[in-house]
Design a protein around this ligand. Sequence first.
Ligand SMILES: C[S@@+](CC[C@H](N)C(=O)[O-])C[C@H]1O[C@@H](n2cnc3c(N)ncnc32)[C@H](O)[C@@H]1O
Length: 231
Amino acid sequence: MEKRVHLKGRLQVLSDYAKGSDTVADIGCDHGRLSVSLLQTGAANTVYACDISRDSLEKARALRDKCGLTDKMHICLTDGLHNLPSQPDTVIIAGMGGILISEILSAVPDVAKCAERIIMQPMRTVSQLRKFLHTSGYHITREQLCKDAGRIYQLILAKYVGEMQDFSILPKGFYEFGELMIKNRDPLLPELIMRMRRELSEAKERAEKNGAELTVLTEKLKILEETAHEM
Ligand SMILES: C[S@@+](CC[C@H](N)C(=O)[O-])C[C@H]1O[C@@H](n2cnc3c(N)ncnc32)[C@H](O)[C@@H]1O
């Protein structure tokens, strides 16, 4: 019997964001669970399961074959968006750093700009990714926090529109958390802010002991305090 993949948490939310896609490029597919589930649930008709690692692709291939999806899930050895078989309408880049995600998008701008949806789940450097998106003409249309195995993740859906936003009207914590998360009062935002404040305060204490430069940490903490106050 063909195996079925059941997602939960972060991967399930990513899959929900992709519902109604024709062709998805799952960049950095690793184990291939998301790619398989997108096809099994009908969220997509075709998936390019892409990774830069041959070992990851072997895992994805084995899972695909167990699930009987050979004709719909194409295994692609790629660096980011380079050399995809065709233009996908949805691009998913999850489980990587925000800076790497922005580098992947800017390395092949034609593919990124033509995608209807770019679904991202950065592991860190989220503010740098948001800055990239907004200074490069991408518009964030949906975003939310998701708690999975005790960790809080940020999920971002964006599309290229070719226009920059007016930042002067946005809340200060905008790059750290996102305008929509703040406006929609994401239920997990207070907890995320609390965790980040704790981490930053600890980092500041360590930096003080070592006589290191404190300006960046102090400024980040100030933004967190202000965002918490506005919530
Ligand atoms: C931590 S895993 C994330 C797997 C899955 N996307 C998820 O969210 O659970 C990151 C994957 O991205 C792949 N990767 C890193 N840089 C890449 C690049 N430039 N192009 C394609 N894949 C990349 C790695 O090989 C690894 O399999």
